[in-house]
Design a protein around this ligand. Structure first.
Ligand SMILES: CC(C)(COP(=O)(O)OP(=O)(O)OC[C@H]1O[C@@H](n2cnc3c(N)ncnc32)[C@H](O)[C@@H]1OP(=O)(O)O)[C@@H](O)C(=O)NCCC(=O)NCCS
Length: 152
């Protein structure tokens, strides 16, 4: 399927708790582990709360990608004009065809409805696919610094 054909057949909708199995499979294809409890908890945290903007994309009625995000409720002292992107994942069979870009433009529309003016995300230093993706779509380094304190 070419990128143009795929973009004709793709739709975005709100993420539901029923999407758990599809998300577990995408994560498995990306990272090689099946983690149902992890994703169940995350969907409960991100998918059901009032400020959730989480979406999935379907291609030919099957979920092939997801983006989890919320509108900030003043966490970290930042105002509620901040949208957070927590996680994005695309089935490797459908990567490099614009699916993540489609997810991102779709969540932007959701954020705009809530008056979001700025979007934050955190990316691991070694996650080059994500780093490159976010850079390509226009993200720049923000002004927050990730601090950590090791107990072990
Ligand atoms: C990063 C990710 C979301 C990109 O999805 P995608 O649908 O392939 O992205 P797009 O096709 O919209 O890419 C848009 C641009 O981002 C950049 N990009 C995307 N993936 C890239 C990669 N692997 N390496 C370098 N650049 C990349 C490219 O510039 C690309 O433009 P191009 O296709 O014209 O070169 C996808 O690779 C992914 O899901 N990775 C795993 C992320 C993860 O660990 N999630 C948690 C577990 S599921």
């Amino acid at each position: 399927m070419t990128k143009d054909e795929l973009l004709q057949r793709i739709t975005a909708r709100k993420l539901k708790s029923d999407d758990l199995d599809a998300i577990v499979e995408i994560d498995y294809k990306v990272l090689g582990n099946r983690r149902p409890p992890y994703w169940k908890q995350k969907i409960e945290e991100m998918g059901n709360e009032k400020l959730s903007k989480s979406l999935v994309v379907e291609i030919d009625n099957a979920v092939q990608g997801f983006i989890m995000g919320t509108v900030s409720g003043w966490e970290f002292g930042v105002p509620n004009t901040i949208g957070w992107i927590d996680t994005i994942g695309v089935n490797p069979e459908y990567q490099h065809k614009g699916v993540a870009t489609f997810l991102f433009t779709s969540i932007i529309e959701e954020f705009k409805k809530d008056g979001v003016e700025n979007i934050y995300t955190l990316v691991k230093w070694e996650a080059w696919d994500l780093m490159s993706f976010f850079k390509t779509i226009g993200f720049t380094r923000g002004d927050m610094i990730n601090l950590e304190y090791k107990l072990k």
